[in-house]
Design a protein around this ligand. Structure first.
Ligand code: FAD
Ligand code: N01
Length: 530
């Protein structure tokens, strides 16, 4: 049987894979996307739980590569819902005629670099092998669902769901006794809506989280026009910010202003809503004392919303704000004022096991009809390492990353030529508006492929020295912030046994300049194979 050959194989048809297909086709490359799901959308295909929506404003959480697309698409709300975002990515796939380049219902299981041919052989779960010069992992940072290791988890006789693998048909919780395990962004989004239907809702919380109100609303046509009148310029401005987003970054330090000014800024940010809360002052993510002031403001808010003092205390974090991903909510704290909603602090009363009837803690058994696992993801490396990737001399990526992921620019890995990762570990990715990061990476990869071809080379890879300095830089930047102060998934701390390494590069603006500099210096830190 002859092996199917392509110039490039992309794994994943989320926002990254879909744009990469369009971009590489534009270069004239014969490109194949392989996707495990039966449709495009990635995150927005899989996370169909009630309340799922973006926390970057829709006007920014969208592609910018086509001026016509961004002018013509009409978002309905400040933060679009999952169905609306899924409609959008499907419309993009149709508009740019991309579906015929995507092989759905197929999971890539392995990839091997052949040093002689300088090509990759990619194997999928249907047994097929595909040969490609370029191999691009657009597998997503939050695409490998994390099921907790709780004894008896398979013995539950009722319905159970993971937020990241939600059924395609809406789940009806009406009149049911429901548990939600997990209070990260997914739990915080779905809990208020599940509470509207369930007869009883019990939330099992391990760590309380800070949530800022979304103040979601229909988009004001004047606001939309004000952006569309200067969309390209608006995007360009955001590209030069730390989060690649229009957060109105405060230039003053919280420590340098009066208590009254500080309070007024926090209050204004709370009223504005969403993630820009943390951009209110320049030192909030760098100075623990400044951060504590923001945290204290938020604790007071929680206590003012939640009526039962014991529940309020359980919901009130004592941790650094922003150290775990800040959540954006609609009526989350208020939901605990409902009589049929209760909160169990599993740090005090741990879950012993799951039984056929429900959840058994050290104190009691909770009889349930449904359990919702909002327990997150094996983030950033999970989906990459599920593929058995072997580089030069058969070196396995999982061995190269045994002590934590090591990349150059979050885009390339030494010893793995022509392998690119979109929003890989070591890039700003999850600490940005991901749409901006995705487009930046895909454009950078396309330029790099062009460069290889212009140099009449067959391959390109990061040098070990460049990679080592990059890993050090990513760590040094993180060390100067508050991000090491909690057990976050940024550090891999949510997955037992995962190495504790801070994975994202902090600051899109400086990252962008570094990537440009690498190119200006003739792909500094890379070596070519001819
Ligand atoms: P994904 O959308 O994760 O797509 C990856 C695709 O790869 C998936 O379809 C998967 O099936 C496929 N895949 C993985 N492994 C394989 C394999 N081995 N073989 C074949 N296919 C494979 N970011 C923001 O910036 N703003 C937000 O508001 C925001 N909201 C979010 C809300 C939720 C609920 C979640 C979970 C994440 C959110 N994110 C947000 C992050 C979000 O993941 C990114 O914004 C973006 O959608 C990622 O796109 P992607 O294409 O890189 O990855
Ligand atoms: O996952 P998480 P997520 N027993 O890891 C708990 C994006 N996103 O799906 O904190 C009991 O944040 C865990 O407890 P702890 C966004 O980037 C965005 O909610 O580890 N509990 C935590 O409470 C986000 O950060 C949106 O102690 C267990 C929860 O489960 C990322 O995706 C919406 C447990 C997991 O929280 C992931 O969010 C949704 C166990 N064994 C997602 N294991 C927007 O709003 C874990 N937990 C745009």
């Amino acid at each position: 049987m002859s092996t199917e050959t392509h110039d490039a194989v992309i794994v994943g048809a989320g926002f990254a894979g879909v744009y990469a297909l369009h971009k590489l086709r534009g270069l004239g490359l014969d490109t194949l996307v392989i996707e495990a799901a039966d449709g495009v959308g990635g995150t927005w295909y899989w996370n169909r739980y009630p309340g799922a929506r973006c926390d970057i404003q829709s006007m920014e959480y969208s592609y910018q590569f086509s001026e016509q697309l961004q002018q013509e698409w009409e978002w309905s709300e400040r933060y679009a819902t999952q169905p609306e975002i899924l409609r959008y990515i499907n419309a993009v796939a149709d508009r740019f005629q991309l579906r015929d380049g995507i092989r759905f219902n197929t999971r890539v299981t392995a990839a091997r670099f052949n040093s002689h041919e300088q090509r990759w052989t990619i194997t999928s779960d249907d047994g097929a092998e595909v040969s490609a010069q370029y191999f691009i992992m657009a597998t997503g940072c939050l695409s490998s669902a994390n099921m907790p290791d709780i004894a008896g988890i398979d013995s539950f006789a009722g319905e159970s769901y993971h937020t990241g693998h939600w059924p395609h048909q809406p789940v009806d919780f009406t009149g049911k006794k429901v548990a939600v395990i997990g209070t990260g962004s997914s739990g915080i989004q779905c809990i208020p809506l599940i509470a509207e239907q369930a007869s009883e809702l019990t939330v099992f919380q391990r760590t309380p989280n800070y949530a800022i109100p979304a103040h979601n609303q229909p988009l004001d046509p004047q606001f939309v026009a004000s952006i569309k009148n200067r969309y390209a310029e608006f995007r360009e401005e955001n590209r030069h910010t730390a989060f690649h987003a229009d957060f109105r970054y405060g230039e003053l330090n919280a420590m340098d202003v009066s208590p009254e000014e500080r309070e007024a800024e926090f209050e204004a940010r709370w009223e504005q809503g969403g993630l820009p809360f943390l951009a209110g002052f320049a030192d909030l993510l760098f100075d623990k004392e400044a951060n504590e002031m923001a945290a204290e403001f938020l604790r007071r808010k929680i206590r003012s919303i939640v009526k039962d003092p014991e529940t309020a205390e359980t919901l009130t974090p004592d941790s650094i704000v922003g150290c775990k991903r800040l959540c954006v909510d609609t009526d989350y704290y208020k939901t605990y004022n409902k009589d049929h909603v209760s909160l169990v602090d599993i740090r005090d009363t741990p879950i012993e096991c799951i039984t056929s009837n429900g959840v058994q803690t050290v104190k009691q058994e909770y009889q349930l009809d449904c359990i919702v696992f909002a327990t997150g993801f094996d983030a950033m490396t999970g989906s990459i390492l599920k593929v058995d990737i072997q580089g030069i001399d058969g070196q396995r990526l999982k061995d190269a990353w045994a002590e934590g992921p090591k990349t150059y620019l979050g885009l390339a890995v030494s010893g793995f030529p022509n392998l690119f990762t979109v929003t890989g570990p070591g890039s700003p990715s999850v600490l940005t508006n991901m749409m901006g990061s995705i487009e930046h990476h895909v454009d950078w990869i396309a330029d790099c492929i062009n460069y290889v071809s212009e140099q009449n080379a067959k391959s390109i890879q990061a040098t070990p020295a460049a990679q080592e300095s990059w890993v050090t830089l990513v760590n040094d930047i993180a060390n100067a912030t508050v991000y090491y102060g909690c057990n976050s998934w940024y550090l891999g701390a949510n997955v037992p046994g995962k190495p504790r390494v801070f994975m994202p590069y902090i600051g899109f603006d400086t990252y962008y300049e570094q990537c440009n500099q690498v190119v200006a210096n003739g792909y500094q830190g890379f070596s070519l194979g001819t």
